[in-house]
Design a protein around this ligand. Structure first.
Ligand code: GDP
Length: 366
């Protein structure tokens, strides 16, 4: 499964956030916990469309789709030189598909900051520098080898890769992430093959004070992080990890009361989950009615048979067609009969690119 790794300096609120995720996930009825690693947190992807589908086409049960976060043990300065748990840290980041970078954006004299002062941009820089240095080392290693192959052997692949390395090197040397370069599709493929840390999609989480949770953008720290993220080609969201941990422990009634008191419409965790989901280019389709109405995760761009394969490999192998209705159409016409009468029911073939919100019934040979 695709996973987003939570990173950040010590004492910024990573464990608190990860606890909130684990607790929110522990509420889930449908996940086999026994198989989860201790540093992996599974959460349901909040999706209001499921309840609406259930209202219109009642099923025995409703099953949301899930998303996985991985807690990555603390980084220290010098990680790229193998200090502390440095190598392990970088190795763990290499395994994840996206980075959720938690930054301290709250004042609290009782909670020590590793550098003694709250300075989000310095904090971000400390971590990003380690990632950039690790990538630079990897790029330099390949550079010399690939240059030789490109120049002497005139190897086509080597020439293409060398072009990419030539662009990467100065950018990394300037301390900038690989994702700040815009690549074409062919280059993108080559970059992916280099398994760089700074080419991973990144989301900054500003861990703001509880007072700022309803309106994070009023925090000066949040504003600094946001400005940086925009220039870095990354997204940012503001949440209070501590409040999220409390919310995750509440029953529904307390949760509703707490959120009203704070003036928020939903837990910040929901926003985090959705942002991370989109960061990974993930989309949702539904199967509806009968035993269960269920949300399924697919990668943007999946064709109908690939999406069928998310449910079962037999569905993909024996794919015939995908009987499809957009959620928006069901929402509007309210019954499948009315959807059909409006001409909005579609029978799609194997070249169909599945869209977010599609409600699909797959036809397949067994
Ligand atoms: P980690 O080292 O990054 O995993 O940080 P922790 O999650 O252990 O948090 C470090 C300390 O900061 C703990 O004492 C937390 O209770 C506290 N903390 C985390 N989030 C917040 C917050 O939003 N506000 C305040 N005041 N303290 C927080």
């Amino acid at each position: 499964a695709l996973t987003a790794g939570i990173v950040g300096l010590p004492n910024v609120g990573k464990s608190t956030l990860f606890n909130a995720i684990t607790k929110a996930g522990a509420e889930m009825a449908n996940y086999p916990f026994a198989t989860i690693e201790p540093n992996v947190g599974m959460v349901e992807v909040p999706d209001a469309r499921l309840a609406r589908i259930q209202e219109l086409i009642p099923a025995d049960k409703v099953v949301p789709t899930t998303f996985e976060f991985t807690d990555i043990a603390g980084i220290v300065k010098g990680a790229s030189k193998g200090e502390g748990l440095g190598n392990k840290f970088l190795e763990n980041i290499r395994q994840v598909n996206a980075i959720v970078h938690v930054v301290r954006a709250f004042d609290d004299d009782d909670i020590t900051h590793v550098n003694g002062v709250i300075n989000p941009l310095d904090d971000i820089d400390t971590i990003n520098t380690e990632l950039v240095l690790a990538d630079l080392e990897a790029v330099e290693k390949r550079y010399a080898r690939v240059e030789k192959m490109a120049k002497s052997a005139k190897d086509k692949d080597a020439i293409a890769e060398f072009k990419v390395l030539e662009q990467l090197k100065p950018v990394l040397e300037a301390g900038k992430p690989a994702r700040s370069i815009e690549w074409n599709d062919d280059e993108q493929k080559i970059v992916r093959g280099l398994f760089l840390l700074t080419s991973k999609p990144t989301l900054y989480v500003a861990n703001v004070a509880e007072d700022d949770m309803a309106n994070p953008s009023q925090s000066k720290y949040y504003q600094q992080i946001e400005k940086f993220a925009l220039a870095d080609g990354a997204e940012v969201i503001g949440i209070s990890a501590r409040a999220e941990e409390e919310i995750a422990e509440m029953d529904d009634a307390d949760k509703a009361e707490f959120m009203e008191l704070q003036g928020i419409e939903e837990p910040g965790l929901n926003r985090l989950i959705r942002s991370a989901y989109h960061l990974l280019d993930l989309r949702t389709f539904f199967t509806a009615g009968g035993k269960e109405t269920r949300a399924w995760t697919f990668r943007a761009g999946f064709k109908a048979p690939q999406a069928a394969g998310v449910i079962h490999s037999d569905f993909e192998r024996g794919f015939i067609r995908a009987e499809t209705v957009a959620f928006a159409d069901l929402d509007k016409y309210e019954t499948m009969k009315a959807v059909k009468e409006a001409g909005r029911w579609r029978s799609e073939g194997k070249e169909y690119a599945v869209q977010d919100g599609d409600i699909i019934e797959f036809r397949f040979n067994v």
